[in-house]
Design a protein around this ligand. Structure first.
Ligand code: SF4
Length: 264
């Protein structure tokens, strides 16, 4: 059973005082909650799946000049453009670039990316070329410590400009053009845990796998954005109380245009 519940989300999130209508309506997931015991289905663990991209280790991309206006510019390291294939089936929004991702210049690489693809996406037939991968912050927070307070709000707000930009060149220049997540224009969202959390807490793997299966069902006829962890969940659903373990598995309608308007 699904019941519609408009939570009256405050999309301003403290970033602006402009009053706007909520940009999303969340639906309680079918019997899912943080306490639901999941699945008798056998997870397809260890399936090799399509080969991973073997990107050579390199050095971080320089930030685009637009980052100069961001107060996090001198703290966040490198720049990781979104991964935007030509015909995406769904999109994922993660937290921030990790160190490996910063060095290899792409989202969801390294140990977290291996787990994400081998354990979550490949078993349901998804490859890197099926999904948009984006981050709330496109640079790497030193020591993986996210900024806090007003600095975090300002950095998250500034980084929304890159929701509209898509990398076309893959050399030492960033080469951003219009497109990407903004052109995809998500109209529905699902909340789940971040793959790095699964890497640290393997007991939650089955739950994360069930969420990915659900995401495939929800993506039918929609442009689904999967929110990976607390940071993207709080960005999109800023009035939800509690953490991602409370809300994972829940989903709802997303008005991308209203979401973008919050950051103007
Ligand atoms: S948070 Fe985003 S806008 Fe700010 S410096 Fe990092 S990449 Fe640039």
């Amino acid at each position: 059973m699904q019941s519609g519940l408009n939570l009256g989300a405050d999309f301003l999130g403290g970033l602006s005082t402009k009053s706007v209508e909520p940009a999303y309506t969340i639906r309680l997931s079918s019997g899912a909650s943080a306490t639901t015991v999941y699945g008798k289905e056998t997870a397809n663990r260890g399936e090799a799946g399509p080969p991973q991209m073997n990107l050579p280790l390199t050095f971080p991309l320089q930030k685009p000049e637009q980052c100069l206006a961001c107060p996090y510019n001198l703290i966040g390291q490198g720049f990781v453009p979104d991964h935007v294939p030509s015909n995406p089936r769904l999109a994922f929004l993660a937290e921030a670039a990790g160190e490996t991702e910063m060095m290899d210049r792409g989202p969801l690489l390294g140990a977290t990316g291996r787990m994400f693809f081998h354990q979550l996406l490949h078993p349901v037939g998804l490859t890197r070329e099926d999904v948009i991968l984006a981050n709330v912050l496109r640079c790497h927070p030193p020591e993986n410590v996210m900024p806090i307070g007003q600095l975090r709000k300002d950095a998250e707000k500034m980084c929304r400009m890159y929701d509209k930009l898509h990398q076309i060149k893959h050399d030492d220049s960033v080469g951003l053009v219009d497109g990407g997540l903004h052109s995809y224009s998500p109209d529905y969202f699902l909340i789940t845990v971040h793959p790095s959390f699964v890497n640290r807490t393997w007991s939650i793997l089955r739950v994360a796998q069930e969420d990915i299966k659900k995401s495939l069902r929800l993506a039918e006829g929609r442009r689904l954005l999967v929110l990976l962890g607390d940071t993207p969940m709080k960005l999109v659903c800023s009035d939800l109380e509690g953490g991602v373990l409370k809300w994972r598995g829940h989903h709802g309608v997303l008005d991308w245009k209203k979401f973008q308007e919050r950051f103007k």
